[in-house]
Design a protein around this ligand. Structure first.
Ligand SMILES: [Zn+2]
Length: 293
């Protein structure tokens, strides 16, 4: 591991999860309510977590939302790190890597998602950007293959077909220097439209994990609608961070839809925060991170 990464908190957190056989939630956050809920849940359950922002956060509010999230991470009484997920443009990766909050890197880790390029170009760009991030002590993530679909705030790859990751391809990406690897093994971004449609290739995940072991940590994308047993099975197959979007936001989304304009905004925010916090805490128990901070 490069010297600069020795003190990286995100790597240490996922290494501990791999050693301990539990998962760490990566909580997709779009707003204040989610960030507040994430910190409260982490402190209440004494659980490590990672807060995830998309580049959308920078496009929308420049440094404001990033600083808010980074502040929340640094001031919490349990380990919380900040991750930039699905950064799909080189200039936004360079910008995110240079962002500082109170004199420290705003981001602990950045996903370099060049999956919309052909593989050779993807690998070359990934390698260059990994070096840029590592020089600043920031961990990196990439997605070999292509996880199909789109997520709110991420460019939809619907026009491109999903490509399942092979162990050989995983190694090609590991060789770029990345720290976290997000394999495509049947998982998709967006909706599955029913648990019966979740069809994961566990032998593929196992073989990627065997290849990755001791080199990088495996992270899981595309978990909308995943029931507890599937989450736990993925952890058994080597997954450490588990990205969650609708799994922890669906009650909030429904509540906001139902109550906007009907109750005071303060009530909407407070009740909404509680609904997110409740689902985060539930999932900490499910993936075993409760008490691991
Ligand atoms: Zn993703």
């Amino acid at each position: 591991m490069p010297e600069k990464l020795k003190n990286n908190r995100a790597i240490a957190m996922l290494d501990a999860a791999a050693d301990g056989g539990y998962g760490v939630l990566g909580i997709v956050s779009y707003n204040l309510e989610t960030i507040v809920a994430a910190v409260r849940a982490a402190e209440r359950k004494r659980s490590p977590i990672q807060i995830l922002l998309f580049p959308w956060a920078i496009h929308y509010a420049n440094g404001l939302l990033v600083n808010l999230a980074a502040d929340a991470c640094r001031s919490a009484s349990v380990p919380i790190t900040l991750h930039m997920d699905h950064a799909q443009e080189e200039d936004i990766i360079v910008k995110a890597a240079d962002m500082q909050t109170q004199g420290q890197n705003s981001f602990d880790s950045i996903m370099i998602d060049m999956s919309h390029y052909e593989k050779e170009e993807n690998l070359a760009k990934t390698k260059k950007l990994v070096a840029h991030c590592h020089a600043r002590g920031i961990a990196t993530e990439a997605e070999p293959g292509r996880i199909e679909g789109g997520e709110d705030g991420v460019k939809d790859t619907a026009e491109l077909e999903g490509l399942l990751t092979t162990p050989e391809e995983a190694q090609e990406f590991i060789d770029t220097g990345i720290d976290f690897l997000a394999p495509a093994f049947g998982n998709v971004h967006g909706n599955y439209y029913g648990v019966k449609n979740i069809k994961l290739d566990y032998p593929r995940l196992d073989s990627i994990h065997r290849k990755a072991k001791g080199q990088v940590r495996i992270v899981l994308h595309g978990t909308n609608e995943f029931p507890p047993d599937i989450l736990q099975k993925c952890i058994k197959s080597g997954v450490t961070r588990i990205n969650v979007n609708k799994l922890v936001l669906h009650k909030y989304n429904a509540y906001v839809e139902e109550n906007t304009g009907k109750v005071p905004l303060t009530e909407l925010m407070e009740k909404g925060t509680q609904l997110i916090q409740g689902l985060i805490e539930e999932h900490m128990d499910i993936i075993g991170s409760t008490g691991k901070a």
